[in-house]
Design a protein around this ligand. Structure first.
Ligand code: ADP
Length: 407
């Protein structure tokens, strides 16, 4: 429950972050587009204003080459002195045109009568009687502003759609980012639960058997040998389980100690497999070796031995009397292939998908009887991965299982 809440919180947090980034990007993008459009729209009229400003600066003759531009001449106090040349249409609001004596030679926007938009520049000039005055050049940009307004509303509606869509996108994205974490979390929880369960079973058996022994202190060891041997078996199983859990925990935290050395793979396999030949014979099973990779390869001898032991143990465990197990090697393209085949019970396609998972056992009851923990193949895969290799499982023909390891 707690985890679910945490994940939910994380999901919302991620969503807010992603949404904020999306929105910020859209707003920055809008601003850039708007500024660029404004620049482009005003560029022509601004250049014209600038040229005229230069022509009229400190001159006593007004030069006007563009009918779109009007001029206002002001005395040194800022009072308009050319009212009669301004024209009747501007009469009503010309008095409201803002004038700032300190803002000379720079172009700026101004709004008149809260309605009309102008680009404006003021330059110092001279009257006919050579007195200092100011020429304010004004170009009406209502058309340009209308285009800008329409661009603004389009940007606004487009951005609103993008921002609304980004809420859904942020949700999907954060769910996607969290998915591997959720899976890892679930796996971890499942692993801990499985480990606890696997550890509890032998502990319960050991405790029960020992309590039983305590109830009959007078009885002889010979009478209780079955219970004692069961306790020993479960202790052995517990030790194996703890060792295997340690290997997997080390692998998970990247602390698996791999000490590689050059070793002839066929020789190593012979050393590991030969003791099993006798063991298999005792169980009325045949174990054959066919080695064709007489080469030194760079491996961790202990880990590869452990890998072979896992595969051989399984091959022997899951074959019946009279059946056959084979270990083969061959080399190709600098890679060594180790095959462990048996004619045993085999693994069906559904089980094949899971056998490398931790604690997976095809037939739980049966494998517990055989001492299986369901961790062997998970460890085998960890070892192979640490060597940069692959391990795969196939059907053996006509029956049984074939494991192929490539290193
Ligand atoms: P276990 O300790 O239970 O053997 P493993 O991880 O080694 O665990 O194997 C996982 C499961 O894969 C086993 O429980 C068994 O069902 C199946 N399996 C492994 N090797 C063989 C094999 N050679 N033949 C048939 N089944 C096998």
């Amino acid at each position: 429950m707690e985890e679910k809440k945490f994940i939910q919180k994380q999901l919302i947090k991620n969503m807010i972050y992603t949404f904020a980034v999306f929105t910020m990007l859209v707003l920055v993008f809008d601003l850039l587009i708007y500024k660029r459009a404004e620049q482009l729209l005003y560029k022509e009229i601004d250049t014209e204003l600038q040229n005229l400003a230069e022509l009229n600066s400190m001159s006593n003759k007004i030069i006007l080459l563009n009918p779109r531009i009007m001029y206002i001449i002001r005395d040194s106090e800022g009072n308009i002195i050319n009212k009669e040349t301004i024209g009747t249409i501007y009469e009503d609001y010309v008095g409201d045109i803002y004038f700032d004596i300190t803002k000379l030679n720079t172009i700026y926007s101004l709004k008149v009568n809260s309605e009309y938009n102008y680009r404006c520049i003021t330059v110092p000039a001279l009257t006919i009687s050579n007195q200092l005055c100011y020429v304010q050049l004004l170009a009406n940009v209502d058309g340009e502003n209308e285009s800008l307004e329409s661009l603004k509303s389009r940007l606004f509606s487009m951005s609103s759609i993008i921002i609304i869509t980004s809420i859904v996108a942020s949700y999907i994205l954060s769910k996607k980012t969290l998915k591997p974490i959720i899976i890892a979390w679930e796996r971890q929880t499942e692993f801990v639960q499985n480990a606890a369960h696997e550890l509890r079973t032998p502990l319960t058996i050991i405790q029960a058997k020992q309590q039983l022994l305590l109830k009959e202190p007078e009885s002889k060891i010979i009478d209780k040998s079955e219970d004692i041997s069961l306790t020993i078996n479960e202790t052995r199983r517990l030790t194996k389980l703890v060792k295997e859990l340690m290997v997997l925990a080390m692998a998970d935290s990247n602390q698996l100690d791999i000490k590689k050395e050059n070793k002839n793979i066929d020789e190593l396999i012979k050393d590991v497999v030969i003791p099993y030949v006798e063991y298999a014979k005792m169980q009325n099973k045949e174990l054959k070796i066919e080695l064709n990779c007489n080469k030194d390869i760079n491996i961790d001898v202990n880990k590869i031995t452990q890998l072979l032991v896992i595969l051989l143990d399984n091959a022997i465990k899951y074959t019946k009397e009279g059946e056959k197990i084979e270990v083969k090697t061959h080399c190709k393209d600098g890679k060594c292939t180790i095959e462990v085949l048996d004619t045993g019970i085999g693994i069906n396609d559904e089980q094949k998908k899971h056998i490398f998972e931790r604690f997976y056992r095809a037939e739980k009851a049966r494998t517990r009887e055989t001492g299986g923990t369901g961790l062997g193949l998970a460890i085998a895969q960890t070892i192979v991965k640490a060597h940069g290799g692959t391990i795969k499982v196939y059907n053996n023909e006509p029956k049984g299982t074939k494991f192929i390891v490539k290193i």
